[in-house]
Design a protein around this ligand. Structure first.
Ligand SMILES: Nc1ncnc2c1ncn2[C@@H]1O[C@H](COP(=O)(O)OP(=O)(O)OP(=O)(O)O)[C@@H](O)[C@H]1O
Ligand SMILES: [Mg+2]
Length: 333
């Protein structure tokens, strides 16, 4: 376990500002998810932590010690890549053992550690197989076991589940969270899958263009996005935005309800013209407009809505968020 601090970290590749001033503290044993669109600097930030890249500016601090000049192998950090990068001609055992073999550790100690890591991930029975003889989900566990075998203080994972199909991916996610809690290793996990981020993260850092736009617990990121970028990136469909009195009004599709279903609480009302209704079983999505602006309602109740008609819809005022029209930053009202 370790306490990790990123202080003013920047990484420029020529004119490309891959990481442009990141300040984050990651608590001992915390599971932090980095979430952001392609090119937002997630992998670069991980590579900086691992010591595979040198920062243009800033400090990386682990347990109070600045490690900028500490070589990767001595940082106590292990990284799992999206591709797993297993050695195809080595058995699962030898793949997991590899970081220890390189260190020249003696064979009985290696066996003990490999068995510990394999046991933790439930792959003890696969040790004598070759990578070509195991499934994608099993490969992913082998890669994690190899990362854990040196008992790192910090575990970095860059989209480790993205090669798996949806069903296996969900199981793998649940297992990943379980073993991370068991061993309590401080973890930084990259994804651009928001369901994964919400399900795994103790906290989520939302990145865009090399910066952290917001960091917080999943609840807060979802319900109280700090700006229109985060609000529009998180949620499927994302938050609706309507301009009103010089301010951007934001509300989630599921808090936008037919007025007759609304409670007696303080309400913000709109005329909603329904253009198309998509029935998705447990809920339906109503696509339409408020004035000229496209918005979406997510309705979990059986509400008859006709395409082409206008309805009175409302939102509890406490579910409405306000954003600055130019900067997109949240305004408290
Ligand atoms: N070695 C490099 N040389 C030049 N530019 C680079 C280099 N590595 C990354 N970049 C650029 O830095 C930016 C951030 O890249 P990075 O790989 O960190 O993004 P990412 O958030 O991991 O994206 P993805 O979700 O697609 O993996 C991109 O614009 C990328 O083109
Ligand atoms: Mg990446």
């Amino acid at each position: 376990m370790a306490f990790v601090e990123l202080r003013g970290i920047k990484k420029y590749f020529g004119t490309v500002k891959a990481v442009d001033g990141v300040d984050v503290e990651i608590k001992d044993g915390e599971f932090l998810v980095l979430l952001g669109p392609s090119g937002s600097g997630k992998t670069t930030l991980m590579r900086l932590c691992a010591g595979l890249e040198k920062p243009t500016a800033g400090e990386l601090v682990i347990d109070g010690e600045v490690v900028n000049d500490v070589p990767p192998r001595e940082r106590g950090i292990a990284m799992v890549f999206q591709s797993y990068a297993l050695y195809p001609h080595k058995t699962v055992f030898k793949n997991i053992a590899f970081p220890l073999t390189v260190e020249g550790m003696d064979r009985s100690e290696i066996r003990e550690k490999v068995e510990w890591a394999a046991g933790l991930l439930g792959i003890g029975r696969l040790l004598e197989r070759m990578p070509s003889q195991i499934s994608g989900g099993e490969k992913q566990r082998v890669a994690i076991a190899r990362a854990l075998v040196r008992k790192p203080k910090v575990l970095l994972m860059d989209e480790p589940l993205s090669n798996l199909d949806a069903k296996v991916r969900h199981t793998a996610r649940v297992e990943l969270k379980k073993f991370q809690q068991e061993i309590g290793v401080t973890t930084i996990y990259v994804t651009h899958d928001q369901a994964e981020a919400m399900g795994l993260g103790d906290r989520i850092a939302v990145m865009s263009e090399g910066r952290v736009r917001q960091i917080g617990i999943p609840e807060d990121i979802y319900h109280d996005p700090a700006d229109t970028f985060v609000a529009g990136f998180i949620g499927n469909p994302p938050m609706n935005f309507v301009e009103q009195n010089g301010v951007i009004v934001g509300f989630r599709p599921e808090v936008f309800l037919p007025a007759e279903l609304a409670s007696t609480e303080d309400q913000t009302k709109f005329r909603f013209k329904v253009v198309r209704v998509e029935n998705l079983g447990s809920f339906k999505l109503a696509y339409g407009t408020i004035g000229e602006t496209g918005v979406i309602a997510n309705l979990q109740l059986r509400v008859p809505l006709e395409e082409g008609r206008e309805y009175d819809f409302s939102i509890r005022s406490k579910d409405v968020r306000y954003y600055h029209r130019e900067t997109g930053v949240r305004i408290n009202k």
